[in-house]
Structure formats: structure tokens, C-alpha cells
Design a protein. Structure first.
Length: 157
């Protein structure tokens, strides 16, 4: 984990906060190329009822349309929360590179349990359980409290 990585993750947390301000779930993500340029950024858009509108899935779709296989493999996806199984599979299928996340699925699952919130409808698996060949870094302790606070606003009953 580098200072540069932390900077990108801080932007993901900002995107997650923006999503929450728009009435959506607090998740935000970036696609960064091998030269360090942010090529795509997005946040969750599930409030309208389409639970598949995750930013990580949007990144995978965008990458296939705009980058060749080598560029995708050399890229890094930064995200506020660890990919769900759907997004982890999409990441692997399109051949994206490294994933760096601020908060893990295990952390979110633990917090939901503590708050008495219902669990998500899909199992909270680590990215590597779905996509074993993907290099993954996270969670990042420096961002734990910020992510916990965003999740609490969104999910605590």
C-alpha cells in the first residue's frame, strides 16, 4: 500500500459519500491505468431497484469497451468496499488487474450483524474466493472508521 494508493482510496470514499447523499448505498470506485491516470469513476446506482448497478461492474463494462486486454491487465481498481461476488467475477472475466479496497466484505458483514441489520442477499465472499488469480490489497485501517460511519448511516435500522 502506497501513499498514491491511499489517495485513490480517499477519492473512492468521497464517491461513496456522494452516493449516500443521493440516497444510494455508499460504494464508490475508480479505474486507474498503468500510468496513474483515473480512466473511469462511479458510485452505486441501486436505489432505483436494479441491484446490479455497482460501480465495479460499471468499471468492468467500461474497460471492455475502451481498453485492450493488456491495458486492462495493467490497470488497478480502487474501491471503497470489497467487490461482491458478481463484481469479482466480472473483474476476472474481463481481465482487470489489481484490486485495492478500503473496507472488506467481512467487516461490513460484522457491522451489519452488530447493528441488527439484515444480511445482503448474496454471500459475502472474499474476492479471491471468486477470482483466485486477482491480486488484492485491503482492507485499509486508515479508512475503517470513515467507511464504518458511511455504512452505519446507510444500513443501521
Amino acid at each position: 500500500m502506497t501513499g498514491r494508493d491511499l489517495g485513490y482510496l480517499r477519492r473512492c470514499v468521497e464517491l461513496a459519500s456522494e452516493a449516500l447523499c443521493h440516497g444510494d448505498e455508499p460504494f464508490g470506485s475508480l479505474l486507474v491505468d498503468a500510468d496513474g491516470a483515473v480512466r473511469f469513476e462511479d458510485h452505486n446506482h441501486v436505489r432505483g431497484g436494479d441491484a446490479t448497478r455497482h460501480p465495479e461492474l460499471a468499471i468492468a463494462r467500461w474497460a471492455v469497451e475502451h481498453l485492450d486486454a493488456g491495458q486492462r491487465a495493467a490497470s488497478t481498481v480502487y474501491t471503497s468496499g470489497e467487490h461482491c461476488p458478481m463484481c469479482a467475477a466480472a473483474h476476472a472475466w474481463v481481465g482487470l488487474g489489481r484490486v485495492v479496497y478500503a473496507a472488506s466484505s467481512a467487516q461490513l458483514t460484522q457491522w451489519l450483524h452488530e447493528w441488527g441489520a439484515p444480511p445482503p442477499p448474496v454471500a459475502a465472499l472474499p474476492i479471491t474466493a471468486v477470482a483466485p488469480g486477482v491480486r488484492v490489497d485491503g482492507p485499509v485501517p486508515e479508512l475503517t472508521e470513515q467507511m464504518r460511519a458511511l455504512y452505519e448511516k446507510a444500513f443501521r435500522p
